[in-house]
Design a protein around this ligand. Structure first.
Ligand code: B12
Length: 270
């Protein structure tokens, strides 16, 4: 294996654009050599060291979580949420990290609501503002039209879509075209799309409020067998009690966080 990599190869491996790689190299974060023609070359072990460091999940800073809740709990418009998301993207250098942070914001909102520190309307207004800001961001991430296609749906009976919206940012950053199915999607519809050959991957999300285990198991069985039959990957996300055995089957992936999603998508498609 060639010991040295080009900027484009490093970018592909790390799932970022070549500009980020050049910026890290020029700021000394990622050591590189120069060819006589002044092209950057990266040693494979250095890149691997950098990749591992990059993928360390850092505990989100409580001050940042607080600042986010203050923003979406104020009467701000989707433009402000959009620009705050873009600001965090440039600060954190990858959408999966922004998604981890915003996921922690959602969990904190849930805690405050449970503790009676936030009213129902207040919680709904905040999550709706976030959803609209996220939708703007999603549209601004360009993906190649001939890239692979992922169908994103909420499990039938689940109304939570924010986790799936955060996942969509990661999919798009990895070059996937997303078919957004949205909340509570009937299983038969999902199976129909798989049989029709409309997607290379299906991601199903279900939150911890999903209590009907047999319904969840039936959905996994139906969607799962259609995926096996048509060579489609299946990702199960969200904190619902997904069946244990699911991730043992080929093409099945139980994904617990956005870093795992980012890595998995990189291994499935460059
Ligand atoms: C906003 C919100 C709502 C909104 C959703 C709006 C929307 N458009 O999404 C509304 C008002 C609709 C709602 C409704 C309900 N909610 Co609610 N909701 C929340 C809240 C505050 C926000 C976050 C959210 O979307 N989480 C939902 C999921 C997606 O998060 P998660 O499963 O933890 O997943 C995380 C990751 O795994 C990842 N992820 C999720 N999906 C996917 C998919 C992929 C592919 C990947 C890679 C990752 C990924 O993202 C998440 C963030 O990190 C959470 C608080 C919290 N702690 O999450 C409560 C929460 C999930 N809700 C809860 C409850 C109880 C309900 C209701 C039953 C309330 C009611 N009595 O009506 C209903 C259920 C409706 C239904 N049939 O599904 C509880 C569940 C508690 C439990 N353990 O049972 C929570 C935890 C709040 C709490 N602390 O009590 N809710």
């Amino acid at each position: 294996m060639d010991e040295f990599m080009t900027s484009a190869e490093v970018a592909r491996l790390l799932g970022v654009g070549p500009t980020s790689v050049k910026r890290w190299a020029d700021s000394g974060l990622l050591p590189c050599l120069r060819t006589p023609g002044r092209h950057r070359r990266f040693s494979r072990p250095e890149v691997e060291k950098f990749r591992l460091k990059q993928h360390e999940v850092q505990e989100p800073d409580p001050a940042q979580i607080d600042a986010w809740i203050k923003l979406i709990d104020s009467e701000c418009g989707p433009y402000e949420v959009h620009s705050a998301l873009l600001f965090d993207r440039s600060r954190l250098d990858a959408w999966w990290r922004v998604s981890e942070l915003v996921g922690a914001v959602l969990a904190e909102i849930g805690r405050r609501w449970e503790a009676g520190q936030m009213g129902i309307l207040q919680e709904h207004l905040a999550s709706e503002r976030l959803a609209r800001g996220l939708a703007r961001c999603t549209e601004s991430i360009a993906v190649p039209q001939n890239g692979p296609r992922a169908l994103l749906v909420g499990a039938e009976g689940d109304e939570h879509t924010l986790g799936l919206q955060l996942a969509e940012l990661v999919f798009r950053e990895r070059g996937w075209n997303v078919l957004w199915g949205g909340r509570s999607m009937p299983t038969t519809e999902v199976v129909g799309r798989i049989q029709h050959g409309d997607c290379d991957l299906v991601a199903v999300s279900a939150a911890a409020s999903f209590k009907d285990l047999s319904k969840l198991r039936d959905q996994v069985r139906a969607v799962g067998s259609a995926c096996q039959e048509h060579d489609v990957q299946l990702i199960l996300g969200g904190r619902a009690p997904w069946p244990e055995h699911a991730s043992d089957l080929p093409r099945f992936h139980r994904v617990n966080n956005f870093r795992e999603l980012h890595e998995l998508l990189g291994s499935l498609h460059g």
